[in-house]
Design a protein around this ligand. Structure first.
Ligand code: HEC
Length: 129
């Protein structure tokens, strides 16, 4: 009897651990930043306001058109880490709310995101809207 209880508890533990690892490591929203390219991170965190192509969604975001000249990889990384602090020292930005990125995002992933955003800005250079 005792053996059966221990055995079923062990099975429950093993099945639970398997289910947890499947949930944790399978695709969709549980994908980790380490495994995502810049475009995927952008789609998850930025496109709802800035639009998939950087032209902004309604009035929620700011368009990236004609913005490339203002940003380097370094300044963009600083801005994304703490938009509110950055805005205080940059009179061009209007101090509208922009959320900081997840503080746990690894440096490599931030860099991939920043490069993707600069690429989107490059793509909008000279476009009429
Ligand atoms: C909730 C909406 C929202 C989300 C989500 C958001 N932003 Fe923004 N973003 C804004 C707003 C509003 C501004 C304008 C801020 C201002 O004028 O002070 C802005 C401004 C910017 C700018 C400056 C554009 C310029 O004028 O030079 C960049 C770059 C930027 N966002 C990148 C990002 C990135 C990258 C992400 C994803 C990690 C992101 N944003 C997520 C709303 C958002």
């Amino acid at each position: 009897m005792k053996g059966a209880i221990i055995a079923s508890a062990a099975v429950t533990l093993v099945v639970g651990a398997m289910a947890w690892s499947v949930l944790r490591f399978s695709g969709g929203h549980s994908l980790r930043y380490e495994e995502m390219d810049g475009a995927a991170i952008y789609d998850r965190l930025c496109s709802q306001c800035h639009g998939p192509d950087g032209r902004a969604v309604g009035r929620a975001g700011a368009s990236y058109r004609d913005k490339r000249q203002y940003w380097t990889e370094e300044s963009l990384l600083d801005y994304l880490a703490d938009p509110a602090a950055f805005q205080r020292n940059d009179s061009r930005l209007r101090g509208r709310y922009m959320p900081p990125i997840d503080g746990t995002m690894p440096r490599d992933a931030r860099l991939r995101l920043a490069r993707h955003v600069l690429g989107v800005m490059d793509g909008l250079e000279g476009s009429s809207r």
